[in-house]
Write a protein that binds this ligand. Structure first.
Ligand code: GLN
Length: 194
């Protein structure tokens, strides 16, 4: 079998930094912009950016429904920040026309930590990592409810910030913005991609 390709949703946002991180731990990557791109990948990263814009572009590109089907079939996906919002079952303080894929049973509040000026960085312990991860939060979504099947991998001041349910992993921070690719590596190893 040929090596797996990890897609990076490249409609908008911080996708280049994710590609760099994935490649640094040995993955082959592909920028995903149209449904045919999605057919070629065995896992997907959904980056931070602006979830309202990405929601619109997912619909207009024809990706939304195809992606929903792939997620339903168990495509491993790692959504960070806006990517987390797009994967959640419930989005609080979203725009009325904003859609989410409902792939992980969490309720998240957009900009739940405040606005741009309230962006912050902090070191957090993560399940499976031997020392803390430097997490960068930028207008981050805040988890306000977790479904029973969701495993919390990291918390910040008692609030889940890294969580997994089945094939879906979400982070409210930006693991691609530091040189530390351990979370990308953990995601890929968990799904036997590297
Ligand atoms: N607040 C942004 C949104 O609602 C997410 C911020 C980010 O991805 N850095 O989409």
């Amino acid at each position: 079998m040929s090596a797996s390709i990890v897609g990076v949703l490249a409609l908008q946002g911080a996708f280049v930094a994710h590609e760099r991180a994935l490649r640094s731990v040995g993955a082959s990557t592909l920028q995903v912009r149209i449904p045919a791109d999605l057919d070629k990948v065995q896992a997907l990263v959904m980056p931070g950016g602006e979830s309202t814009t990405m929601s619109k572009l997912l619909v207009s590109s024809g990706l939304f429904d195809v992606l929903a089907d792939r997620l339903h079939d168990g495509l491993p996906v790692f959504g960070t920040c806006a990517g987390m919002i797009l994967l959640a079952t419930e989005v609080l303080d979203g725009r009325e026309d904003q859609r989410s894929l409902g792939a992980i049973d969490v309720s998240v509040r957009r900009n739940g930590y405040g606005r741009q000026v309230d962006s912050f960085e902090t070191d957090i312990p993560v399940t499976g990592l031997s020392n803390p991860f430097h997490a960068v939060f930028i207008r981050a979504p805040k988890v306000e409810r977790l479904g029973a099947g969701v495993e919390v991998l990291a918390e910040c001041e008692g609030v889940p910030v890294l969580a997994r349910e089945g094939s879906v992993t979400v982070a409210s921070f930006h693991p691609e913005l530091t040189p530390d690719a351990r979370l990308h590596e953990q995601f890929l190893r968990h799904h036997s991609i590297i």
